[in-house]
Design a protein around this ligand. Structure first.
Ligand code: ATR
Length: 275
């Protein structure tokens, strides 16, 4: 019997994780089966328990269950504790290990796949929700000159600044405050692209940007954020596909202690992509 893994979410049918992990398993010759698991809202814990009873070894957790996964874990890695969210669960006897590989996935995609070092750069991070929180520590650990967090609701950005100021140079404000400053890397961690909307950052911020990165992806077209960034001078554009594959590789390593090759899997997903 192959070992059982799945991605759990609601909705989940659109998830690329089964495709990605099946490709990793084939490439590394691991005997495992990876499926998508739809949990009802309010039924996360029960769905996880059923999966464990069926012999499940681990789960990737996606929207809207990352906080519930954090609460369900009986042991947490440091990066999951700081992110206050879990995207990877590993089951060993009675233990439920909670980890968060999202931030490592983003950093790996920017530095290794896009070949842009983060050290000494000025970074603008848009958004202050769960997605933004999960990437702040891994970004600061790469020693940027500045990490500016801009959010529609300024109080949430300020809270993140207070929480993370001991780890590096972090600023907080609203979109207008940073719209005219110079940034090297601008990352969209808002959920605006999900609704086909643009976060309200002004065009001036993109003038000197070497990279505009949207943590969301849209397989049919550039997101509104990437289109805007391109129109206003960003030299390189990236969507969240590379991050998705890199965080998956990191989860795969947590479960199987084997690091798969990510480049062929990113290429496979991008070849199905129309842009
Ligand atoms: P996630 O886990 O995806 O981060 P979240 O915790 O609900 O989801 O946070 C969503 C983030 O996207 C927030 O920073 C939100 O801004 P507010 O804190 O002001 O609500 C941001 N966001 C969502 N839609 C947006 C839009 N149209 N323009 C700008 N920011 C938006």
């Amino acid at each position: 019997m192959p070992d059982l893994y799945a991605v759990i979410g609601n909705p989940v049918s659109h998830s690329k994780s089964p495709l990605i992990h099946s490709a990793f398993a084939q490439q590394t010759q691991q005997s495992m089966q990876y499926t998508a698991l739809l949990a009802p809202i309010g039924g996360f814990k029960m769905t996880v328990e059923n999966f464990r009873q069926q012999g499940g070894k681990g789960l990737n957790v996606t929207v809207p269950f990352k906080l519930e996964a954090f609460q369900l874990s009986t042991r947490l890695t440091e990066r999951a504790t700081i992110a206050q969210a879990v995207n990877t669960l590993k089951f060993d006897d009675d233990e439920i290990l909670g980890d968060n590989t999202d931030g490592a996935g983003l950093v790996c995609d920017i530095e290794l796949n896009l070949s842009i070092p983060i050290a000494a750069k000025r970074i603008l991070l848009l958004g202050a929700g769960g997605a933004a929180r999960g990437v702040i520590l891994p970004l600061l650990q790469k020693h940027p000159a500045l990490l500016a967090v801009a959010n529609r609701t300024i109080s949430k950005a300020k809270m993140l600044q207070e929480q993370f100021m001991m780890y590096g140079n972090i600023a907080a404000g609203d979109f207008s405050q940073f719209s005219k400053e110079k940034f090297d890397i601008i990352i969209n961690a808002t959920s605006a692209s999900l609704h086909n909307e643009l976060p309200g950052i002004g065009p001036g911020a993109f003038k000197h940007a070497e990279l505009a990165y949207d943590m969301m992806y849209n397989l049919d077209a550039y997101t509104p954020f990437l289109k805007f960034a391109q129109q206003h001078g960003a030299r390189q554009l990236a969507d969240g596909i590379g991050m998705l594959v890199e965080q998956a590789a990191e989860s795969f390593f947590v479960w199987r202690h084997v690091k798969p090759q990510t480049k062929p899997v990113i290429a496979m997903l991008k070849s199905a992509n129309k842009i």
